[in-house]
Design a binder for this molecule. Structure first.
Ligand code: ADP
Ligand code: MG
Length: 183
């Protein structure tokens, strides 16, 4: 089993509920089991500034899927949740990115892992390190070192918990828990 870290973001509608739903759908995907979910963090948009603030989170999962299958799962969930591509880098109901695929580097035309902008994005690094403080880049460099290069004050805690009743829906038929903590 490999550990994949997803980065999730939303700035339309009920942002926290959207992230919770996406994590639930990931967990329900074949070949994927969510093991840890971060707190929710809020930050101002960075690329395209004239849009609402984002809520972001990270989720760690165990998987035996290939990176391209993980991308397909992420894109299926984006579509299923009604993401409509308007402006590039513009507002979205849900964005599901693959931040890390274990310590493997992926260089495909439509998929680069580690996520190409991970090192510059406090809103991705902060939740990632909450669920995977020990993560290392394929270069061998600890991911936590990258935090020195970003403005962590641009990211504020939005909620300790992902919306209850969402991620709570336990994987593969296990008893559910509603406290929003990780499993
Ligand atoms: P962004 O997430 O950068 O705001 P999009 O979600 O619109 O942008 O993604 C654009 C494209 O990024 C996707 O079609 C996908 O093929 C590509 N992509 C490359 N690497 C990754 C990755 N690690 N995770 C998710 N998408 C990726
Ligand atoms: Mg994306």
């Amino acid at each position: 089993m490999l550990r994949v870290i997803f980065g999730l973001g939303s700035n339309l509608g009920d942002r926290a509920a959207n992230i919770a739903k996406a994590i639930r759908l990931l967990d329900e995907s074949a070949g994927l089991k969510i093991t840890q979910v971060s707190s929710l963090y809020e930050s101002a948009p960075v690329d395209f500034l004239d849009q609402p603030d984002f809520v972001n989170a990270a989720a760690a999962a165990e998987t035996d899927l290939r990176p391209e299958d993980l991308l397909a799962a992420a894109q299926r969930i984006e579509l299923e949740m009604g993401r409509v591509k308007t402006t590039d880098k513009g507002p979205r109901v849900i964005d599901v990115d693959i931040l890390l695929y274990d310590i493997v580097e992926v260089r495909l035309p439509d998929l680069q892992v580690p996520h190409p902008r991970l090192r510059q994005r406090a809103f991705a690094l902060v939740p990632l390190l909450e669920v995977a403080a020990d993560a290392i880049f394929p270069t061998g460099e600890p991911v936590r070192w990258a935090i020195k290069g970003v403005d962590i004050d641009s990211v504020r805690l939005f909620s300790k918990e992902v919306a209850s009743g969402e991620v709570a829906s336990s994987p593969k038929g296990q008893a559910s828990r509603n406290d929003g903590t990780t499993r």
